[in-house]
Design a protein around this ligand. Structure first.
Ligand code: ATP
Ligand code: ATP
Ligand code: MG
Ligand code: MG
Length: 368
């Protein structure tokens, strides 16, 4: 096709292809979600509908972009790790970041009413920003996720303590903040336990550890757009939390299993938005195993999702030979996006799946 005389303006576009052979990490964050959560009457400190909607939007992003191998979400943010060798949009930064942000935001609005059932759509359009960060080696990638999960813990422990003081203790927000000033995690755990009868380590893992999205084996008939179930409980210490119906007992609810307190050491903490003072080898890593810690989730129909073929085979064995004859589980498995609420700080998480997630770039011919 003949070029128009205006075509030259295309030359003003900058080449923003990101460096090859490094990890691409995209993080999105809600703009002004402090206000957004207030306007939409989010339960404090954790509105389970809001978290599940974030998780659903993130899963839509992963379903669309195969090169994302791992995602981690907390509060109003989500981080997406691309495979090192990704060639999506020839690694053009603006194309990749804008696609992730746009897809996430539209999914958040599209699925809004599935979670906030009493409100047809948000009262105003939510906005998310996004950025790409390049990490040269798996050390930084592992530390990145450790940083975000440590942040989840610090913020959640602070917020849980804060709202307990305000809603149950009757303190003003200012007084509650003053009360928590200078306290470490041990002090806060102690205060929650003695004054509010709350064992922090027994709160849902989804609140304490955030959400991890992985590509694992799932049942083939699993609905990729299945609504992520709502936790059948309210958060202790929060009067504003809404009671939601219990799930089918056959389903496995992520995050309900409790584990040891992820941070048992004394850490001087800041509430939010500040970099974590926790060292990589701090005792944040719990002894929980992946399977114990709610490694499966379920659709609204209550279909059971298993994490790997072995688990599915065991499931079949439990159901008896008739069920096995009907549809052998191992034939119905495929790779899918699953959600979990596990420790990603420390080597335990990466053992077994690190090789897949952090696979080095294959030698390939570069485009001329
Ligand atoms: P910025 O635009 O700079 O990101 P922000 O208001 O979004 O500002 P953040 O530091 O990103 O501030 O914090 C997000 C806020 O959203 C937190 O204050 C948190 O209280 C609120 N929030 C997000 N998700 C939830 C949720 N599921 N339940 C309750 N509150 C939530
Ligand atoms: P890419 O992902 O590379 O942008 P694309 O499929 O979006 O690919 P574009 O070059 O952006 O391709 O072209 C947009 C296409 O969308 C056009 O080919 C056009 O057919 C279609 N389209 C967009 N808006 C309309 C519209 N209002 N009515 C009919 N067709 C439309
Ligand atoms: Mg924000
Ligand atoms: Mg945020």
């Amino acid at each position: 096709m003949a070029k128009s005389k205006y075509e030259y303006v295309k030359e003003f576009e900058t080449d923003d292809r990101m460096l090859r052979n490094v990890y691409v990490l995209v993080r999105i964050d809600g703009k002004g979600f402090h206000k957004f959560s207030q306007t939409h009457d989010f339960a404090k400190p954790n509105d389970v509908r809001g978290i599940n909607l974030m998780n659903h939007a993130a899963r839509c992003v992963m379903n669309e972009l195969d090169d994302i191998l791992l995602a981690f979400g907390e509060s109003d943010e989500y981080s997406f790790l691309f495979r090192k060798s990704t060639d999506l949009y020839q690694r053009r930064e603006s194309k990749i970041v804008s696609t992730v942000v746009s897809l996430f935001t539209s999914a958040y609005v599209y699925y809004w009413n599935d979670y906030f059932t009493d409100l047809k759509r948000p009262l105003y359009p939510p906005v998310f920003d996004g950025r790409a960060v390049l990490y040269p080696s798996e050390v930084e990638v592992k530390d990145y996720f450790a940083w975000r999960q440590a942040d989840t813990h610090i913020n959640n422990l602070f917020n849980t303590s804060f709202w307990a003081l305000v809603e149950e203790g009757g303190l003003t927000p200012k007084a509650a903040e003053a009360r928590l000033c200078g306290t470490d995690s041990k002090d806060k755990n102690e205060m929650l336990f003695t004054e509010f009868n709350t064992n922090y380590s027994k709160l849902p893992a989804m609140y304490r550890k955030g959400s991890v999205l992985l590509r694992e084996q799932i049942l083939k008939d699993e609905d990729k757009d299945a609504i992520i179930p709502t936790l059948p409980e309210t958060l202790p210490g929060s009067k504003s939390a809404k009671v939601v119906p219990a799930l089918d007992t056959a389903t496995t609810v992520p995050g309900l299993q409790s584990g040891p307190d992820p941070i048992s050491g004394s850490v001087s903490e800041a509430p939010s938005g500040q970099s974590s003072p926790i060292a990589v080898d701090s005792p944040v890593v719990s002894q929980e195993t992946i399977m114990q810690e709610g490694s499966s989730t379920s659709s609204s129909e209550g279909k059971k999702r298993s994490i790997d073929a072995n688990e599915a085979e065991r499931h079949d064995a439990e159901e008896g030979p008739a069920a096995k004859k009907e549809a052998p589980a191992f034939k119905r498995m495929k790779k899918g996006v699953v959600i979990d609420h596990i420790d990603i700080i420390g080597e335990k998480f990466w053992t077994g799946r690190g090789a897949y997630i952090l696979a080095p770039e294959k030698k390939k011919k570069l485009r001329p």
